[in-house]
Design a protein around this ligand. Structure first.
Ligand code: G3H
Ligand code: ZN
Length: 284
């Protein structure tokens, strides 16, 4: 596959103070809509699949589709495992050609998260694959991961320093008030905590659960040191809203191309809006 590592993409972003989208794909229309948008505005791109998306699409299809989509592309693209739950899953993705993996040990105690992350980093780095890990616990729900709001915990800046030093991880996802999925109230981001963490660690920092966060807050987070912004729900909603709109107009529609095509177009437009906020336009 014509892929680059996530580290290569994010180190540039870190140096020049912008962020790159970690955009989730759920099917072929997501993949095509997202890639088309990034190509049209000349932005680097991190395509990511959750374990649930891999189960739904099938590993061979993910790899085959991404291979086809990246064959003639002119922008740097990484294929990344989002929220990998085990050492085995990260290795399976690497064997299948992913250029980057996330190992999410955030539900484990600090020491266990560190040991697991170290193990993935050692194996992934030996074959040139980059690694994202997570410290702190985001609330909300995404595929296999559900964290009750009462159990959500913000990232401790001191722990972040030790974690980054000891694991050698390439990017760190932090918890500063965002949540996965649809927000119940207005998200309140802890920008002071972000500033403190950014002052203490040098590697790219990742913001998960960015769907539903006002654009100006995401922009502020980017100017304060976030270099990767994960979005899934916003694109799912864009696709589904378009399909619902079409069925409301024409309840007799039956050709999937007539509603999945416009859904794909809606994703593309939403991706472009996100890229504008992240500042990665013309950075390819
Ligand atoms: O890892 C993926 C994300 O954090 C996406 O979260 O669906 O709330 O945008 P979201
Ligand atoms: Zn996430």
């Amino acid at each position: 596959m014509n892929l680059v590592s996530m580290k290569e993409i994010l180190d540039d972003a870190n140096r020049e103070n912008y962020a790159v989208g970690g955009f989730n794909i759920n099917n072929m229309e997501f993949l095509q809509g997202i890639i088309k948008a990034a190509e049209e505005v000349n932005s680097p791109l991190i395509l990511q699949t959750s374990e649930g998306a891999i189960r739904y699409i099938g590993m061979d299809y993910v790899v085959g589709m991404v291979e086809a989509a990246t064959k003639n592309t002119s922008i740097p693209i990484a294929l990344h495992l989002d929220h990998g739950g085990s050492f085995e899953k990260t290795m399976e993705c690497i064997r299948n050609g992913y250029s980057s993996v996330m190992i999410d040990g955030s539900k484990k105690p600090f020491a266990e998260n560190m040991v697991l992350t170290q193990k993935v980093v050692e194996a992934a780095h030996s074959v040139g694959v980059s690694v994202e890990a997570e410290l702190g616990k985001l609330g909300g729900s995404e595929d296999d991961i559900t964290v009750d709001e009462r159990e959500a915990t913000f990232t401790d800046p001191e722990e972040a320093v030790e974690f980054v030093e000891k694991t050698g991880v390439d990017a760190l996802a932090i918890a500063i008030g965002t949540a996965h999925g649809v927000y119940k109230g207005k998200p309140e981001l802890d920008f002071d905590r972000l500033e403190e963490i950014n002052n203490k660690i040098d590697i790219p920092i990742v913001l998960h659960g960015a769907s539903g966060v006002p654009g100006e807050d995401v922009r502020k987070a980017v100017t304060m040191g976030i270099n990767k912004v994960n979005v899934n729900t916003d694109f799912q909603q864009a696709f589904t809203a378009k399909v619902k709109e079409l069925f409301a107009e024409k309840p007799d529609l039956y050709d999937p191309r007539k509603y999945c095509g416009p859904g794909r177009e809606a994703i593309k437009e939403r991706v472009k809006e996100k890229i504008d906020i992240l500042g990665s336009k013309n950075k390819a």
